[in-house]
Design a protein around this ligand. Sequence first.
Ligand code: SF4
Length: 497
Amino acid sequence: MASQPRRFGLSKSKITAFEQCPKRLWLSVHRRDLAEQDDGATARFATGHEVGAIACALLPDGVMVDAEPDLAAALDSTRALLDTGHDRPIFEATLEHDGVLVRIDILEPDGAGGWLMAEVKSSTKAKDYHVGDLATQLWVARNAGVPITRAAIRHIDTRFVLEREGDWTGLFADTDLAALAEPITATRPDVVAAARIALAGTEPAISPSAHCETPFPCEFAGYCHAAVPAGPDWPVTVLPNGGGKRWIERNITDLFAIDPAELTSAVQKRVYEATVTGKVYHDVAGARAAMSAWAFPRAWLDFETIAFAVPRWIGTKPYSQVPFQFSAHIEEADGTIVHREFLSLDGSDPRRACAEALVAIIPITGAVIGYNASFEKSRILELAAAFPDLADALQGIADRIVDLLPVTRAHWYHRDQRGSWSIKAVLPTVAADMDYASLEVKDGGNAQEAYIEAITEGCTPERRMALDLALRAYCGRDTEAMIVLARRLCAENAESM
Ligand code: SF4
């Protein structure tokens, strides 16, 4: 007798992976060892866990379905609850249909014999791909005999303000997607069958493209890209503002192969010219003119901030950008520079101390200079709104903020920036010895991770001191880099590479 083909068990996340890319599903089952987690995966997981726990805590009469010792036990427990007329919320209800197993974050009785289904997310709104997720769960639940009358994404409500410690009432808002998910449930049998066919076959021949990032960055990107022949040294994607797209659509990937006469944007022309000639674009007169009105003493300012999905401090909102650090280099007209800074690593609300430090450190006259300075200005205005007694002084600082980024974008381009004017892309082109590679904290994401580690219970004094030093070195590098860059922009003789 011919053996039966293996019937692969599926889940909501496997079907989501299949709908993004059949190869992603195939690799996740057959070559899990090739997956690479990105740097932020651990933090995202921790946030998701915290948000999920709070959503459950807001329903204190709910019952958790444990997957102990395994998912079969969770299926049995769920079935027992449903069959015995359980009339309270159920967390992680586990259901199966046609070999597809789903765990539903929250089932709530609707009071009329049906159930409200909610998937808890740390995002601030429902997203397009959530509709497909809910459709899979609706399809399984209905076929498992559970009457679902509403299917919602329970996401963070950004209007929430923490007013009492531990009181999360109002943290979530529901977006009911049942009407959108309903028609998609009819597609599930075909999708499930196609996923099983893909899994039973050999590795799908799919090349990386834009789909690898949507709806999630794929964990197999490293593996797939390694198999792709190296592209041109200077791809059309270095053209800023999505300027490479029109060429890629015509199968032109090499910047050297395009017709520059078709470039209409001045900045794209500049990038093209600098790249093909190897000559730096440097408009000294323009840069000097742009900065000539920046009065001394100049305060070169940079913030590091933390944004928690679940607010920690009274008066803060979800994803509020709370400054826990700033660096300020104060430059006098004679060229002398003094470095001042603020850093809070004790885990308390850093805003008041940060506001006071700003008022104490930033001179009462002169330009306050940021790089992409709208960020610094917004944080200062938020501090002014939070602390009325300091509002006038903080408003006075905000009123004097100017921005080095647009000056750089208009007057400098080196092809090694590869289409970016971020300070980290520009700095190596003006001061190769000032890169960030040697620093322990290398970017804003690292700074947030360091902050969270430092304020987490269990961080030793020695480790906190090491993180303190690393954060100060990083933020100080940012403001020092601005001065070096500004001086370079105003200096003659910055020509070819
Ligand atoms: S990297 Fe792209 S092509 Fe490769 S498995 Fe992931 S989504 Fe598919």
